[in-house]
Design a protein around this ligand. Structure first.
Ligand SMILES: Cc1ncc(C[n+]2csc(CCOP(=O)(O)OP(=O)(O)O)c2C)c(N)n1
Length: 380
């Protein structure tokens, strides 16, 4: 395995001292090392991967230097537009180094949302004309690959990608762990909300631990999963899936269980939800100020005012709570009409033995579709 320090030092020797991106579990250790060793102007966690590519482009325009953009391969989709219409040599011709965690690499078992993306990861790079290498787990080989990558970047002036497989980097423990003042656990908050909503309500939950915790709550209660759409991929889009359902089913409440990282990733979605203003829609953001599901790297979740944002986006009611009692009060007052947001400030962390959904995405979708259908026909 490669030591994160060794890797980042080698990049530094090659002139790389600016990082931006969205964290990934395969890059957790190297991201932690970057966090500890670069200040807030030299390591910026972006809202989404496209924003990170654009930020590194701006850095290059300002300095002539090459920035590094880190991401999970699921973020390739968000990055395609600025890679094709900004940094590409047929447009502005801007160099950068991409560090991409390769989930779902063919032949390696992974979660369902990573299978397709894993298969098309190199194909997408090929089609965009981006040269790449799969980073070796041997330091002496990795050094040669870094040299090759940087030579290519300097000769062509174009982006180059290093793909990172599981267990490429040695462990590294973050020294600067941001402390959270909040006492409520996310799982407890999820249980509290899920337990208090009407039987015919639907929940669309975001990617990561939030969906896993909701799944386990239903199982522990001896319930099925037909009321829930567990959005395993598509980070940042749960609120729009919920909108699509809420508009067609005005007779029932639709909840979106969002994360701070996910809602910030595609925050424009809130403006569209607000513009349609469905009175049966409740947006619950479990804000732990972190990308908890992939290593706990910070988001700007605690630096922004989601309640003010919701009002500015034309939500009818918005409230921020951080204790179990406040959450119960908010839920008791919730059933009035009107689009609403509940921001629940929670602490980071999850149960170590947290499982994963045992149903497939297609089973999950079909069960929810039948649930919606049966209720419409009054057959439940
Ligand atoms: C487009 C995209 N980029 C990155 C990821 C990797 N990823 C999965 S969960 C997650 C963090 C989610 O953070 P948040 O929404 O705040 O929820 P939390 O895990 O903190 O509960 C990330 C970055 C992804 N799935 N998709």
């Amino acid at each position: 395995m490669i030591s994160p320090q060794f890797f980042i030092e080698k990049l530094k020797e090659n002139g790389i001292s600016f990082y931006t991106g969205v964290p990934d579990s395969l890059l957790k250790n190297v991201c932690a090392y970057i966090t500890d060793n670069f200040d807030a102007n030299h390591n910026i966690i972006a809202a989404n991967e496209g924003g990170a590519v654009a930020l590194a482009a701006g850095y290059h325009i300002a300095t002539g230097k090459v920035g590094c953009v880190y991401m999970q391969n699921s973020g390739e989709g968000n990055a395609v537009n600025p890679l094709a219409s900004l940094t590409d040599h047929e447009v502005y011709h801007i160099p950068l180094l991409l560090l991409i965690g390769w989930r779902g690499r063919p032949g390696v078992h992974d979660e369902p949302q990573h299978v397709k993306q894993g298969k098309i990861t190199t194909g997408l790079l090929n089609v965009m004309g981006i040269n790449y290498d799969v980073l070796s787990k041997e330091e002496d080989v990795a050094v040669k690959q870094i040299d090759k990558a940087m030579r290519s970047i300097h000769e062509t002036g174009e982006p180059y990608a290093l793909l990172v497989e599981k267990d490429t980097f040695d462990s590294y423990t973050l020294r600067h762990v941001a402390s959270s003042e909040y006492e409520l656990e996310r799982e407890e908050a999820i249980k509290c909300v899920a337990a208090s909503i009407p039987d015919d309500a639907v929940i669309v939950s975001t990617t990561g631990m939030i969906s896993r915790e909701l799944f386990e709550f239903r199982a522990a209660m001896g319930l099925g999963h037909e009321r829930d759409f567990l959005t395993v991929g598509s980070m940042g889009h749960a609120s729009m899936i919920a909108l699509g359902i809420a508009l067609q089913h005005p007779e029932r409440k639709v909840f979106c269980f969002d994360g701070d990282g996910a809602s910030i990733m595609h925050m424009g979605n809130m403006a569209i939800v607000g513009s349609r203003c469905p009175s049966n829609y409740v947006h619950v953001v479990f804000n732990n100020g972190a990308h908890d599901s992939v290593g706990g790297q910070p988001t700007v979740g605690f630096n922004i005012d989601l309640v003010e944002i919701a009002y500015a986006m034309r939500y009818c009611h918005a409230v921020c709570v951080w204790t179990a009692e406040q959450l119960r009060d908010a839920l008791n007052n919730m059933f009035s009409e009107g689009l609403q947001l509940i921001e629940v400030r929670v602490k980071k962390g999850n149960r170590k033995d947290l499982g994963r959904p045992t149903t497939t995405p297609v089973q999950n979708k079909e069960a929810l579709m039948s649930f919606l259908q049966c209720q419409c026909n009054g057959e439940m």
